[in-house]
Design a binder for this molecule. Structure first.
Ligand code: FAQ
Length: 311
């Protein structure tokens, strides 16, 4: 009966074992997973746009090949994640509709524009760097299909992070103008990258329950701190300044102190008022509409195959 099933679910969570698609789970657990995995999938797909903006203007064949591969990887991540989400009983079509109708979110970071080629490097270094920090613990999330998708995604994100850092290293060894482009790009992306981890723990509505269910393994602030501590030495090695006057090593804590992100800006972007929100969603909607004939043709073909099998 229901009580027995619930007790079995709680035992699985307490043992840090995995919940699998056919297992019983509370509706709230299922819905919270759909919310988080769908947002994550949407982020990967919408996240293709800012970098794709530079594919046709890559400075060399080598850079173009790297960038193409990276943007294609993001599409793949979106597809693994939509598949993981479908195991919870929602269809990809439905999820895409929720995105283009503004009923589901995607990461705030992709609502900022990419203004120079240095942004390709900065996104790899900081945005993929933040994504790795957030996603490595998600490999141990309590829902099996999500955790398994994360393993492969994290390996690819590591490559993305390295290519970004390598691009910036090359520019920093170049001309004064190139160094200025890198610094300007880092100045724009630093705070939005910190916001990727979500609101502060006091403002985070979902963290407590998600931690209790083993969906999340760390709080937003813990991961933000980990990211700062990991990134400061990399900034020093690169020779760029992070735009935070309060950033200072705290001997006692064995960690960096840092300033407070502009949370008003964060909530405005989350609610749809960032610099590129309208453009990003409109582009996704256009791609969806223009792809309608492909979906219809595929469905008609599948149906005709079924009829011929019956015959
Ligand atoms: N943007 O209660 P919490 C990538 C929402 S990496 C927009 O703390 P939670 C790789 C949140 O949904 C980026 N909304 O929420 C890549 C909630 O609203 P809701 C994707 C945000 O879930 C690189 C409300 O605020 N990664 O794509 C954001 O416990 C380069 C309150 O927040 C993931 O999605 C935000 N930054 O913690 C691709 C990782 N932060 O849902 C292309 C998986 C919070 O109640 C190029 N997700 N909100 O309506 C997570 O780890 C979590 O969902 C958090 C948020 C940490 C994002």
């Amino acid at each position: 009966d229901e009580r027995e099933l619930e007790a079995s679910f709680e035992r699985t969570i307490a043992h840090n074992d995995r919940i699998e698609p056919r297992d019983w789970m509370p509706d709230a657990y299922r819905n919270s997973l759909i919310r988080q995995i769908a947002q994550h999938a949407h982020s990967e797909i919408i996240g293709m746009q800012p970098e794709a903006n530079w594919i046709t203007r890559a400075p060399s064949l080598r850079r173009k090949a790297i960038l193409l591969a990276k943007v294609q990887d993001e599409a793949g991540h979106g597809l693994y994640l939509y598949s993981a989400c479908e195991t919870l009983g929602v269809s990809r079509d439905d999820l895409t509709r929720r995105l283009i109708e503004g009923r589901q979110k995607y990461s705030s970071i992709f609502n900022y524009p990419t203004l120079s080629y240095a942004d390709v490097g900065t996104i790899g270094w900081l945005v993929d760097g933040a994504a790795i920090c957030n996603q490595v613990p998600l490999c141990r999330t309590s829902y099996g299909p999500y955790g398994r998708a994360m393993i492969r995604i994290c390996k690819e994100e590591s490559f993305h992070q390295r290519q970004g850092y390598e691009l910036l290293t090359t520019m920093m060894r170049g001309t004064d103008e190139q160094r200025a482009l890198v610094q300007e790009s880092v100045d724009r992306f630093w705070w939005p990258a910190l916001m990727m981890f979500g609101p502060s723990d006091e403002q985070s509505a979902n963290t407590e329950q998600s931690m209790a269910w083993g969906i999340k393994r760390h709080t937003n602030d813990e991961l933000r701190q980990r990211f700062v501590d990991m990134t400061v030495p990399q900034a020093q090695a690169l020779g760029v300044t992070l735009p935070d006057p309060d950033l200072v090593w705290n001997e006692e804590r064995g960690a960096y102190d840092f300033g407070t992100p502009d949370w008003d800006e964060f909530w405005a972007v989350v609610k749809g008022d960032g610099p590129c929100n309208a453009q990003r969603v409109a582009h996704r909607r256009r791609a969806w509409d223009e792809g309608a004939w492909v979906r219809e043709a595929a469905t008609a073909f599948a149906a005709s195959q079924q009829t011929s099998e019956v015959r």
